[in-house]
Design a protein around this ligand. Structure first.
Ligand code: COA
Length: 159
């Protein structure tokens, strides 16, 4: 079974991420979407909330699992039996950071291949910070995030 790992912070998952996940599901037998417990970021949503939002956004697909990880992404890829790592490339500006990360991951684990996928061009300008920012300012983000995320953002910012 050819399984790949899609790591990210997903704070929160957006339609751009969902687009990448669906493309990966068409190419591979299984996709493990994994939420990074990233100490360098201060997320709006807890790890559990982020995992649950991804699960709820992707009901009805049987070749996807969602979990979280702490530590090195390559170690987690080995733990779940992945043959590679999926990353999304939205614009040229993503390239340098992604290139560096892919080469470092290859150095750490030569058996894992990083595969870059491009989301639909309508999502190229999306990222999670913009979504959080717009939602906090009560702007309509329904076009950019799954329904469950929209609901969670409303709850978060009405508190
Ligand atoms: N659609 C919308 N937004 C997207 C996107 C897409 N298709 N792809 C990426 N983004 C956005 C994210 O929303 C995020 O936005 P934000 O910074 O505004 O919150 C931003 O791009 C960064 O993407 P993300 O996928 O979350 O990457 P990251 O830079 O937070 O890295 C890991 C996450 C898990 C891959 C990385 O931290 C990691 O590997 N950590 C483990 C430690 C490790 O192994 N280190 C060695 C690696 S060399």
């Amino acid at each position: 079974m050819r399984k790949v790992l899609y790591p990210g912070t997903f704070d929160p998952v957006t339609n751009g991420h969902i687009d990448i996940i669906k493309r990966a599901m068409e190419l591979f037998d299984g996709v493990v979407v994994t939420v990074a417990i990233n100490p360098s970021k201060t997320p709006l949503f807890t790890v559990e909330e982020r995992v649950q939002m991804i699960r709820d956004s992707l009901t009805g697909f049987n070749n996807i699992t969602v979990d979280s990880f702490d530590g090195l992404v390559v170690e987690h890829a080995h733990q779940v039996g992945a043959i590679g790592i999926i990353r999304g490339l939205r614009a040229v500006s993503d390239f340098e950071y992604e290139f560096q990360m892919a080469l470092m991951n290859r150095k750490l684990a030569g058996d894992l291949t990083t595969v870059f996928l491009m989301p639909h061009e309508k999502y190229t300008y999306l990222n999670s910070s913009i979504i959080r920012n717009l939602a906090e300012l009560k702007s309509d983000v329904s076009e950019f995030v799954p329904q469950v995320v929209l609901q969670k953002l409303k709850e978060k910012f009405s508190q």
